[in-house]
Design a protein around this ligand. Structure first.
Ligand code: SF4
Length: 418
């Protein structure tokens, strides 16, 4: 098992480290450096799982070790700068700001039998999907493994205490996080070291102990990253955001398609299913008069049937600064029925799922606009639609356009961009 760079940093004598960026091996190396037995690493890890990062509070450690850890640990504690509550207290969107000023979104969704937290892996996103507020705001930086793990720990601590900030959680809310979805800001597989390290941290049976089946990693289709996720050997759910089922349209809606076209994405999804024995999901943000027609439904149905994938349809949720529209109810129903009649399993997500999964960047956008800052105007297809070009024209332009080298321009491939 490879060790992420953040984790290796924990073994460098004298270097300050975010304790949540240390995996089990990193903690063991840290205590070994101090001549401490291995079980001390387990004790520290248990505190971290419970949300305690201050060595002074780790009361089962020797006083001298607590003092030494205090000089080594530099926890990256996020500040809660905005919090919106929806669905009668069952959905909590948190805007967390890290000490360098970068803010990201984390969403906690409560159900009778589970608590799901939706986490971000990047501040901003370089994938440039033109219908997405996060994509339009651009990429700012990668989150560290510690910053990604911390989002789950914050949500878990809220569940344990029964409140998020001043807001009490509803009666009967689960007391632990049971599911984690990598569907917040950013492309998880463009920050592969942090994503893989977080999956391992969450799944650690002697630590957070989250079932791999309770973890979903979402991607726009970064093929090498999907292969590396499969190589973890864990039945993590893979959710691929297709949003278009023809290359002509997908090149425009999901620009990384020019680097990894649909056939390649479908092939690696089939490979992932074979390797992990886990059904894959297809995410589809349904955009009014853009990808809600019969042709797209037919192609999507065929792909899903071949992959035996489950399709989740999330109607577009208009976001500040993004000029795309919600599909009509009639077109939504017709689309879902048509995909289903092609033999595919499909679910129309409810409003809550839409808020949480398809509106990445919305809280940040509201916060930024509230502070008097304008998001960049939506570009690409959105502007061209506004300029009066028909969709077929738009599709032709996308087909004629030279392939954009995503990995070398504004959209880092995995392993780059930090
Ligand atoms: S939809 Fe996802 S991948 Fe595309 S720009 Fe937004 S956050 Fe990035």
């Amino acid at each position: 098992m490879s060790t992420a760079p953040e984790h290796a940093a924990g073994t460098v004598p004298g270097a300050a480290v975010d304790p949540y960026a240390l995996d089990r091996e990193g903690l063991e190396a840290l205590v070994a450096d101090r001549g401490q037995p291995r079980y001390r690493a387990d004790q520290i890890h248990a505190w971290l799982v419970r949300g305690v990062d201050d060595p002074a509070e780790m009361t089962d450690l020797p006083t001298a070790l607590r003092g030494e850890l205090a000089t080594r640990f530099a926890p990256t504690r996020p500040e809660l700068v905005a919090h919106t509550v929806a669905d009668d207290g069952h959905t909590h969107k948190l805007l967390l700001r890290f000490p360098d000023g970068e803010a990201i979104e984390t969403v906690l969704m409560l159900y009778p039998d589970r608590a799901t937290v939706c986490i971000s892996t990047q501040a901003g996103c370089a994938m440039g999907c033109p219908f997405c507020a996060t994509g339009q705001a651009g990429f700012r930086r990668q989150l560290t493994a510690g910053e990604v793990v911390r989002q789950v720990v914050v949500a878990d601590a809220a569940l344990r205490s029964g409140a998020v900030g001043e807001a009490h959680l509803p009666d009967g809310a689960p007391s632990r996080v049971t599911n984690v979805v990598f569907m917040g800001m950013g492309e998880p597989l463009a920050n592969l070291p942090a994503t893989l390290a977080t999956v391992r941290w969450l799944h650690d049976p002697d630590g957070f102990n989250l079932s791999a089946r309770g973890i979903t990693v979402s991607t726009v289709g970064l093929v090498p990253g999907i292969r590396q996720l499969a190589a973890l050997g864990l039945p993590v759910t893979l959710a691929v955001s297709l949003h278009a089922a023809t290359d002509a349209l997908r090149d425009d809606l999901v620009p990384v398609n020019r680097q990894h076209p649909l056939a390649e994405v479908e092939e690696v999804m089939a490979e992932y299913r074979r390797t992990t024995n886990r059904r894959v999901s297809i995410e589809w943000c349904l955009i009014g008069d853009v990808n809600d027609d019969a042709e797209q439904a037919d192609h999507l149905g065929a792909i899903a049937r071949r992959l035996r994938a489950h399709v989740n349809v999330i109607p577009m949720n208009p976001t500040p600064g993004v000029r795309w529209k919600e599909p009509t109810r009639a077109r939504t129903t017709a689309f879902v029925d048509r995909v289903r009649h092609r033999g595919a399993a499909i679910t129309l997500r409810d409003t809550r799922g839409r808020d949480a999964d398809a509106a990445c960047g919305q809280l940040l956008a509201s916060y930024t606009l509230g502070a008097g800052t304008r998001l960049p105007a939506a570009v690409g297809a959105a502007d061209r639609v506004d300029a009066g070009l028909s969709l077929p024209t738009l599709q032709r332009q996308a087909t004629d356009a030279p392939a954009r080298p995503v990995g070398s321009s504004d959209a880092p491939d995995q392993g780059r961009g930090t």
